[in-house]
Each structure stands twice: as structure tokens, then as C-alpha cells.
Design a protein around this ligand. Structure first.
Ligand code: AR6
Length: 180
């Protein structure tokens, strides 16, 4: 029997909401983590707080196995979502903003790799925060540009909805401006 060809013509719908990503009901919630995978502030802190200790336990197991040295910047890995209303949390590590070194490709990689991991798991709805635009200092307009462009360019996945969940109005407006 022939295998069905992947439907590369399917498009992913992009939604914008202003709010808290930990309140979303989706298949996968993306976490703007750090390499340690052991938690932090911002979205990361909120996800671990609300998702409960199961997520940290899964992260520790990853550190004890595949990611002994931590998760490299631009890569993504999934764990349970604990008590969150999602099946998975996908942890990705954004680059720290630099005025002298163009790390845009690493930021794009976070979105691309997170979508690839989500797709492999069978997720159809994925919520993203504005990766790197908080503690890591990425200017919101540029962060929004890279986020929207990369999701639009990642066509070879069966994700139906990507929802950008923006914490404040400034971030929401920056993403809206990119939606054209
Ligand atoms: N829901 C949605 N967006 C949020 C939430 C929330 N609950 N909380 C903050 N944001 P950040 P980064 C926004 O700092 O820049 C952590 O300590 C926030 O306004 O969470 O990638 C990690 O452990 C900003 O627009 O992530 C790392 O050490 C965006 O989410 C480091 O911070 C990202 O801000 C990662 O820094």
C-alpha cells in the first residue's frame, strides 16, 4: 500500500491573545526556559508554579539522561504538562539578546524546533510566549517579527493552531503589527 503523501499545503492558523500562557487550553504549551531546565522567573516560573512538581521531576530526569549538560540554545524538548490544561510542555531555550552578535537564527530555531517536537508528538494546538523578550532582553518588535515569520515559514508540520500568548499590551501590539 502506498503511504499518503504529507499534506504540505495545510496551513497553520495563527492566533494572538493577551494573557497568561498558563491559563491556556491547548495540546502543547511552550516554555521560555533556560539551559538548566530547572526553572527560573518569567514564563518559566509561572509554568512550574502552576503545573506543579511533575514538570520539574521530568526536567530533572532529562538532565540525568539525554541533556546532562543542559538543553542547548535554540533546541526544544517536551515533558508532561503536570496540572496545566495541556498534554505537554515544550521547553526551549532562547538566546540572550546581543547588540553586537546577531542571534536571530537561534531565536527562529526555538520556534521551528518547538513546532517540530509538537508535531512529532501529534499536537494540533500550540501556545507560545514571546521567547527571549523578557529576562533575555530581546526587543519586542524584532522578537515578534522573528516569531511570526518563522511560524509562517514552518510549513511541513500538521499543527492547526499556533496561539501567541502575550503578557501585556505592548507585546500584543507588536505581534499584531506583524500579522499584516
Ligand atoms: N504568560 C505569557 N507570557 C509571559 C508570562 C506568562 N505567564 N510571564 C511572562 N511573560 P521571560 P526569556 C512574557 O523572561 O526572555 C526565565 O527566568 C514576558 O513579558 O519569561 O526567554 C528562564 O528561566 C516576555 O514578553 O523569558 C530563563 O532564565 C516573555 O514572556 C529566562 O527567564 C518572555 O519573558 C528566559 O528569558
Amino acid at each position: 500500500m502506498e503511504e499518503a503523501a504529507p499534506d504540505v499545503t495545510a496551513t497553520t492558523a495563527i492566533e494572538l491573545v493577551q494573557g497568561d500562557i498558563t491559563q491556556q487550553s491547548v495540546d502543547a504549551i511552550v516554555n521560555a526556559a533556560n539551559s538548566s531546565l530547572l526553572g527560573g522567573g518569567g514564563v518559566d516560573g509561572a509554568i512550574h508554579r502552576r503545573g506543579g512538581p511533575e514538570i520539574l521531576a521530568a526536567c530533572r530526569a532529562l538532565r540525568a539522561s539525554r541533556y546532562g549538560k543542559g538543553l542547548p540554545t535554540g533546541q526544544a524538548v517536551a515533558t508532561t504538562a503536570g496540572k496545566l490544561d495541556a498534554r505537554w510542555v515544550i521547553h526551549t531555550v532562547g538566546p540572550v539578546w546581543s547588540a553586537t552578535d546577531d542571534r536571530s537564527e537561534l531565536l527562529a530555531s526555538c520556534y521551528r524546533e518547538s513546532l517540530r517536537v509538537a508535531d512529532e508528538l501529534g499536537a494540533r494546538t500550540v501556545a507560545f510566549p514571546a521567547i527571549s523578550t523578557g529576562v533575555y532582553g530581546w526587543p519586542i518588535d524584532d522578537g515578534a517579527r522573528i516569531a511570526v515569520r518563522t511560524v509562517r515559514e514552518t510549513a511541513d508540520v500538521s499543527i492547526e493552531v499556533v496561539r501567541f500568548v502575550l503578557f501585556d499590551k505592548t507585546a500584543y501590539d507588536a505581534f499584531e503589527a506583524q500579522m499584516g
